[in-house]
Design a binder for this molecule. Structure first.
Ligand code: MBD
Ligand code: FE
Length: 275
């Protein structure tokens, strides 16, 4: 498979910045001791890398320029979610039971249309890609079904683009909140997403190219699963045998989250722990 270059791909990274600003106003109470501990450790890591690898002045200035470009291009959310979030998730997962979590990524949009348990995701009349039926249940740690649980689902289209971020896709395309039935069941009809390529024309893509890495994430479904009285889980599901499942640039694949497609159908049961 060859890398398809889109001249507008970097817009997705910048749109992610605008979205983050408007949706994520989190403030966290941190003591000076905590700030000092973490900031000192981060700076120490940078200092050590410079010493260990004899980083030169020209390299230091190039890095400074690149970081300025990353901010001006609006790609901090993209960069951090691709290269850092998986470790934040790993730490959060230490105290998490039930279904394994994975990273949120930069392309979540809240407040999508609510649909009943058996539904087709909003899609264009001529939506490309092979059909995919994704079904399963939401249960608690004891295996009891959770009726009225919400599956907030979003995924890329058959070209790897997300609505709300890439141009030319209707708002809400391939996004919805699906509510489980009385037995905790759901059955979502959609299309098979394509692998996702980090935009090659922005600073994040430049770094990947300059380092000789590859810019791909395997095809995936994003989910936030919620039920009253239970801890919500943010996760992703992947497809066995798909490209990049073993080499995700964002390092967000866990073996428990890889689905075995059969006849264009996949199933997964989500297990939520008490809040
Ligand atoms: C994605 O689609 C994604 O899920 C993540 C985590 C980062 C970049 C693009
Ligand atoms: Fe994604």
């Amino acid at each position: 498979m060859t890398a398809v270059h889109s001249p507008t791909a970097a817009d997705s990274g910048a749109s992610a910045s605008a979205n983050f600003r408007s949706t994520t106003r989190s403030s966290v109470d941190v003591s000076p001791e905590r700030v000092s501990t973490v900031a000192t450790a981060v700076l120490k890591g940078v200092h050590e890398a410079i010493r260990e690898h004899d980083v030169t002045y020209p390299e230091f200035q190039a890095a400074k320029q690149w970081l300025m470009d990353l901010g001006e291009g609006g790609e901090w959310p993209l960069f951090l979610d691709v290269f850092v979030e998986h470790v934040v998730e790993e730490v959060a997962a230490r105290t998490q039971d039930g279904t394994k979590g994975s990273i949120l990524g930069p392309y979540y949009l809240p407040d999508q249309v609510t649909l009943p348990a058996v539904s087709t995701l909003p899609m264009r009349a001529d939506e490309q890609g092979s059909p995919l039926v994704f079904s399963g249940r939401v249960v608690d740690l004891a295996g009891q079904p959770l009726a009225g649980a919400e599956l907030d689902v979003w995924h890329a289209d058959s070209e790897g683009y997300y609505s709300g971020f890439a141009p030319g896709i209707p708002d809400g395309n391939l996004r919805a909140v699906v509510v489980t039935d009385a037995e905790g069941r759901f059955e979502i009809t959609t299309v098979q997403p394509a692998p996702y390529q980090i935009p090659t024309d922005g600073p994040t893509g430049q770094l990947i190219d300059a380092a000789g890495w590859h810019p791909w994430r395997p095809a995936h479904l994003h989910l936030i699963v919620r039920a009253p009285g239970h801890r919500p889980i943010t996760t992703q599901l992947y497809f066995a045998g798909g490209e990049y499942v073993d080499s995700d640039v964002a390092e967000a694949v866990k073996p428990e989250l890889v689905l075995m497609p059969s006849d264009q159908r996949v199933t997964y049961d989500f297990v939520l722990e008490p809040a």
